[in-house]
Every structure is written in structure tokens, then in C-alpha cells.
Design a protein around this ligand. Structure first.
Ligand SMILES: C[S@@+](CC[C@H](N)C(=O)[O-])C[C@H]1O[C@@H](n2cnc3c(N)ncnc32)[C@H](O)[C@@H]1O
Length: 194
């Protein structure tokens, strides 16, 4: 079984272009087999992006960038500097191409969890990988704390069927976390560094 994060180079390529509007801005994203949401913008990701507040700015990390929707949207909409990381090489290559196609300058690099992430950010924004299992998921969510500036915020989207309520409860052991919106089972959560 090949998962979208598994770097399986045997997965046959089948690139497709998608014209996408998010919060009144227009984008073109190329996706491919072997990356998350190859059929276009994921509904959870859309819900997250359309929920983000106006005060987003500064230095931002798009964790698990996939083909690049989050970081590219953020760079177009907000005054910010964007780093984007993923473990999946095909996703990273698409993110680089998509950034260029959408005329944004962002910094994209490979990282397994936070291995190559050296900075602290004002915001970390993610549609986190759930299928990687709890151990890695919580390394990502709890590890974000060390990569946030004081009062920095982790924004994420999780579906209720994927344990959104438990995620919220666990985040509150470290952060001040709350649900900002719910849409068709997707919970957008903001977790603020204490
Ligand atoms: C749910 S997808 C979201 C992709 C993209 N941000 C979007 O919204 O379309 C999660 C992403 O996390 C990446 N990922 C999984 N495990 C990872 C790890 N250990 N380190 C970094 N990224 C990882 C996957 O390759 C995938 O692209």
C-alpha cells in the first residue's frame, strides 16, 4: 500500500492542473498521483484557509505543504515570509512549480517532521497528516511549540471522525487551544503558545 507521504517513486505520474478560487483569490495548482488531494483543493484545507483571521502576518511555516496550496495562498493574501516543508519529494517538486506558476516567492525545503526546521515562527499553519499515526502526529503538533515565537499560533484543521476533539484536548495540555469554526465535520483549531 502506497500512501501520499511515502515517497514511492513507482507511483505512475499523472499531473493535472486545477483552477482554484480561495477567499476571492485565484490560483492554478498542478497535482499528481502520490500526493495528498490530487483531485484539487481539499475541503479541509479550504475550510482552514477561509477561516484564517486578518491578523496573520510575519514569519509563517506551512507544515506538510503537499503541492503547496496553504503557503502559496498565504503569500498572496498576507504580508508574510513563508517557509514550506514536506517529507514527500514529489509534493515538494510540485510546490516549487506551483509557487512559480502563481508568481509567489516562498522558501520550500524537505524536512522529516522538524528535522531541518531551524527557525521560530509567528504562525505554523497545517492540515496535518493523520494517517501517519498518533506518535508522529503528536510530534508534529506538540513539536510546533518549540518552533513558535512567544504567543505564536498553531492553526490546524482536523475532521471530527479523525479525532478532532481528542486533538483539542491534548493540545490544551501545552497550548491555549480552541475551536474557531466547524464546517461539515472539519474543525479549525487555533492553539496559542502560552
Ligand atoms: C493532509 S496533507 C496536507 C497537504 C497540503 N498542506 C494540503 O493541504 O493540501 C499532509 C502532508 O504532510 C506530509 N507529511 C507526512 N508526514 C510528514 C513528516 N514526517 N514530515 C513532514 N511532512 C510530512 C505529507 O506528505 C502531506 O503532504
Amino acid at each position: 500500500m502506497s500512501y501520499y507521504f511515502s515517497n514511492d517513486e513507482n507511483v505512475k505520474t499523472n499531473k493535472k492542473d486545477h483552477q482554484v478560487n480561495i477567499a476571492g483569490l485565484s490560483f492554478i495548482f498542478t497535482t499528481d498521483n502520490g500526493v495528498f488531494s490530487k483531485k484539487g483543493l481539499d475541503f479541509g484545507t479550504r475550510t482552514l484557509l477561509e477561516t484564517l483571521p486578518e491578523y496573520i502576518n510575519g514569519e509563517i511555516l506551512d507544515f506538510g505543504c503537499g503541492y503547496g496550496a496553504i503557503g502559496i495562498f498565504l503569500k498572496k493574501k498576507y504580508q508574510c515570509e513563508i517557509d514550506m516543508v514536506d517529507i514527500n519529494k514529489r509534493s515538494l517538486a510540485l510546490a516549487v512549480k506551483n509557487a512559480s506558476k502563481n508568481n509567489v516567492e516562498v522558501n520550500i525545503f524537505e524536512s522529516n517532521i522538524y528535522e531541518n526546521v531551524k527557525k521560530e515562527y509567528d504562525f505554523i499553519i497545517t492540515n496535518p497528516p493523520i494517517r501517519v499515526g498518533k506518535e508522529i502526529l503528536y510530534k508534529i503538533l506538540m513539536g510546533a511549540y518549540e518552533h513558535l515565537k512567544d504567543k505564536g499560533e498553531l492553526w490546524l484543521v482536523v475532521h471530527k471522525d479523525q479525532g478532532a476533539k481528542t486533538v483539542l484536548k491534548n493540545l490544551n495540555q501545552k497550548y491555549e487551544a480552541k475551536i474557531i469554526t466547524k464546517n461539515k465535520g472539519f474543525y479549525v483549531i487555533c492553539a496559542r503558545k502560552r
